[in-house]
Design a binder for this molecule. Sequence first.
Ligand code: AHR
Length: 495
Amino acid sequence: EKATVTPLFSNVADSVTIPAEIYGQFAEHLGTCIYGGLWVGENSPIPNTSGYRNDVLNALKELKVPVMRWPGGCFADEYHWTDGIGPKENRPVMVNTNWGGTVEDNSFGTHEFFNLCELIGCEPYLSGNVGSGTVEELAKWVEYITAENGPMADQRKKNGREKPWKLKYLGVGNESWGCGGSFTPEAYANEYRRYQTYCRNFNGNRLYKIASGASDYDYNWTDVLMKNAGRHMNGLSLHYYTVKGWNGSKGAATKFDNDDYYWTLGKCLEIEDVINNHDSIMDKYDPAGHVALIVDEWGTWWDEEPGTVSGHLYQQNTMRDAMVAALSLNVFHRHTDRVKMANIAQIANVLQSMILTKDGDMVLTPTYYVFKMYIPHQNATVIPLDIKTSTRAVRDGRTVPTISATASKKDGEMNITLTNIDLDSPAEITIPLGNDVKASGIKGEILTAGNIDDYNDFGSAEKVTLKQFDKVKYSKGALTLTLPAKSIVSLSMKI
Ligand code: AHR
């Protein structure tokens, strides 16, 4: 394979910034995402800071997480926030009916979540309960968190937090067509309008209100929501999983053949058509693009690992997942005019995680390393690319490009990230920069694996990790490199 990746520097002026929030995370009360993954409690033998495990905290700080969505997911529409405040011994226990019937002791609640966001320096994104909650309950939650004075603020102060927190992102329900209340789009649009009315801006806090959006191909949902409630929202969500289907086996995370691998990439890239279709419906009602599309759940969904608790959605994460992460992020970069946030599902121990934990041990997944590689793209300006590459036909009549890439520019530095999905053949890449651009200080990193199903596991050395990549040549105004089979390479340079 020979591919050319040409940066279109002259189109940069028309480009938009890649919102850091594209690199958002999602943390649900599901399996061991919160309990064991992020939070072990102050009395745990696992080294922790006020109950948050230190290893995970440090890994998340390094990842520059911009925003974290909590407490669900489906859990959010059964969650009553007042159960998660005040002295821990008084907090009621509940059954997490969505996720394996696990008993939830509410020891991780509003204060624990907001303090975590402060510790890692990210924006909180709250998912409010519409399905089984009340307007008053959600209104008071916002008041409890953001008001300086009044009865809710007094209660917060009594619980140890004097100053209000800032809350920008507020989700009004989750999957309201399903686990969030089985609403019709018309009924939910009315509920959304009512709920959002009473979510007030206290003391200079400004809420960014996100309506519960469609699942992948449900275009009617988007149409009705935009028509009936579009004027009352800042964002409308979209959930899209790279999954075989919702009935029967979804396939094993670590055991798959080459056809499964290429099919997965085709399914992952189909998100671009789905975004385009939702975007054009939104354009009909909102041509100026005031309402953002918020992809607040995405990623791979495989069968649970054998021997793990049913309903906890614990899966391993291979180099195949890394490919899905890179290709999806590239798609989001191409749609930053409408897509302003994305939250991969989920941050730890659930679905396509950044981090896996087992007791006191932690593993960083190949997906974690993709997010790390892409950090320089956060808040950078897109450099459009013209990519000449071959394509491959995959099952279901889809095709996928062999080479994908994304590029951006910030503070006089250009970053370009290239992916070769081919399992067997390296690719010769030419990147013509032109004579007006002088690159210097070129540095590179690579993420690849001996086998596409390699993963990082507890108690053994990392098989999939970032390594330095210095095989780039720069001459006659062009960069050239060989992109190994199944690899992701990022290059940075001063320009
Ligand atoms: O991420 C797991 C679940 O997937 C979420 O709780 C729900 O919103 C979606 O169906």
